[in-house]
Design a protein around this ligand. Structure first.
Ligand SMILES: Cc1cc2nc3c(=O)[nH]c(=O)nc-3n(C[C@H](O)[C@H](O)[C@H](O)COP(=O)(O)OP(=O)(O)OC[C@H]3O[C@@H](n4cnc5c(N)ncnc54)[C@H](O)[C@@H]3O)c2cc1C
Length: 490
């Protein structure tokens, strides 16, 4: 069998690359080792409960809109997306509640409830984040990234002060907010790409701006509908999708890609490959001769509980965060010392609050996520998981979800080891690479692989980073590199 391009991995980055290439007239085959596409955006269905096992929040929906438009369809034709308001409810252990909303007058009132002086600080903060977004969005997100020369251009140098790369997120927040709680709320946005607010450059404050101005979205029927819609769109363009079979080796000839060998012993010839599997896995397991491990710090992983429960808790919104009492100590444990936090922040997503179709009547499907050290730092998850489950449930019962344990009807758990094994994700890192220093963006593996012609990377382990919109942009950019090298205008 022969095809122009093989995409290894049917995660979101792989699907976006395949769609962009097929829309430009290429023949494309996706090889996905699991039984369905979607990668970390995946699904568990049990006893009438539907659980999204990965992402629960969609940001920057314009990225999906552009991708569907490339394929000759539209976001509205393929998916029903709905804004979530409040974007997130925050709960502290003393019972204080704060609702983050994109409705600015209501948000100002919420901020005033915690610290009246911070309303003016928030207004300054919004202007500051708008400047960062303006400087960063086009050069970093919208265009394929070729390396240092893209960053060290005149405009970037001019904007380098505006994007505030040398302070951390937390340091900058101290100049806008007196309230430690508001600093915790706005610092949490650094976790959207797997980083710590105490280490990530202040540039990542732009994520607050993105969510407040572009919204946080839910997909009717659950997040897995995104994977289904992309799969449908890819097939419509002629993309062949093979699931349940892994690529075991990239076939190389004269310094260039020649195809892939599959775990079932068959092979497929191709001139080009887009690897949606992490560049570390490619270097260490899929190249003909193992290559040095690419640079870059892994993002943290996650400890996940999926609970189908009787009843609907009045405290819960679609997204609810139960904050730890000491955020700095928490990140020092997870990122600094590489151990699970003993007083963790617990995220609870209850999609059934907005969409009754995802749980039986009078029941809730709770997706509970705690940031957790990746397996390269902490190898004891299999032995510790049961204890940690109790710690997380104790925490939730104490802070407002009374009697939670007694209402559980179905339960599933994912540890960092499960995430690592299931998705071939190094360390079980949920976002690929972290951005815990100002130079992290420079250290990401380039999307055009060095040393092997015809190999490109797409996904959270390369440029521009993890999270749904960024991996979709990554897939599009990998395809654009490939098309440009083939002499086609992307
Ligand atoms: C618990 C959790 C919560 C998250 N929450 C959010 C959120 O709320 N919002 C958000 O935007 N993002 C969130 N993310 C991050 C987001 O899911 C990821 O950044 C994104 O889905 C990763 O896409 P990717 O393109 O890097 O590919 P991946 O999802 O990593 O997919 C790679 C694919 O390659 C396949 N593969 C690997 N090796 C092979 C091989 N040898 N042969 C064939 N196939 C192979 C894997 O099976 C997998 O399907 C979350 C992730 C997790 C795990």
């Amino acid at each position: 069998m022969t095809t122009d391009t093989i995409v290894i991995g049917g995660g979101l980055g792989g699907l976006a690359a395949a769609i962009t290439l097929a829309a430009a007239g290429h023949s494309v085959s996706i090889i996905e080792q699991l039984d369905r596409v979607g990668g970390k955006l995946n699904l568990v269905e049990v006893a009438g409960f539907s659980f999204d096992t990965g992402p629960s929040l969609l940001t920057m929906p314009w990225v999906l809109r552009e991708l569907f438009a490339t394929a000759g369809t539209s976001l509205e034709a393929e998916l029903t997306i709905e804004p979530v308001d409040p974007l997130c409810r925050y709960v502290w252990s003393d019972g204080t509640v704060f609702d983050m909303t994109p409705h600015l007058p209501r948000l100002a009132a919420e901020i005033a409830r915690l610290e009246p002086a911070d309303v003016a600080g928030f207004s300054r903060f919004l202007g500051y984040t708008a400047q960062i977004y303006d400087a960063v969005a086009e050069p970093f997100l919208a265009r394929p990234f070729r390396g240092l020369r893209d960053m060290v251009n005149q405009r970037m140098l001019r904007d380098s002060l505006r994007i505030d790369p040398l302070r951390t997120v937390d340091q900058s927040l101290r100049t806008f907010f007196r309230s430690p709680r508001l600093r915790q709320v706005f610092g949490r946005y650094a976790t959207y790409n797997g980083s710590s607010p105490f280490r990530a450059p202040a540039t990542f404050n732009l994520i607050s701006y993105v969510e407040l101005t572009q919204g946080g979205w839910h997909v009717r029927g659950g997040m897995y509908q995104i994977a289904r819609a992309l799969e449908r769109t890819a097939r419509r363009l002629g993309v062949e999708i093979h699931t349940g079979v892994a690529v075991s080796r990239i076939v190389e000839r004269d310094g260039a890609v020649a195809g892939v060998q599959l775990a079932d012993g068959s092979s497929i010839a191709a001139r080009t490959i887009v690897a949606n599997v992490d560049p570390r896995i490619v270097a260490e397991r899929l190249r003909a001769t193992p290559q040095p491990r690419p640079a870059g710090e892994l993002s943290y992983s996650g400890f996940v509980l999926m609970l189908g429960v009787r009843g609907v808790d009045p405290l819960l919104r679609h997204h609810t965060i139960f904050f730890s009492d000491d955020y700095r100590r928490e990140f020092d444990a997870i990122v600094g010392r590489g151990v699970p936090a003993e007083d963790p922040t617990v995220y609870v997503c209850a999609p059934s609050v907005s969409d009754p179709s995802v749980a039986p009547p009078d029941h809730s499907n709770l997706f509970i996520l705690v940031n957790a050290p990746h397996t390269g730092q902490y190898a004891r998850w299999p032995a510790e998981a049961a204890r940690y489950r109790e710690l997380v449930l104790d925490r939730l019962e104490r802070n407002g979800l009374a009697g939670l344990r007694g209402r559980i009807v179905v339960e599933r758990m994912l540890t960092p080891h499960d995430l690592e094994q299931r998705y071939a994700a190094p360390g079980g890192a949920i976002y690929g690479l972290a951005s815990n220093n100002p130079f992290a963006a420079f250290l990401r593996p380039a999307q055009r692989a060095a040393g092997l012609r015809g190999l490109y990377f797409a996904g959270g382990g390369t440029h521009p980073g993890g999270g749904i919109p960024l991996v979709l942009l990554s897939g599009r950019a990998a395809a654009q590199h490939l098309l440009a090298d083939a002499g086609q205008t992307p």
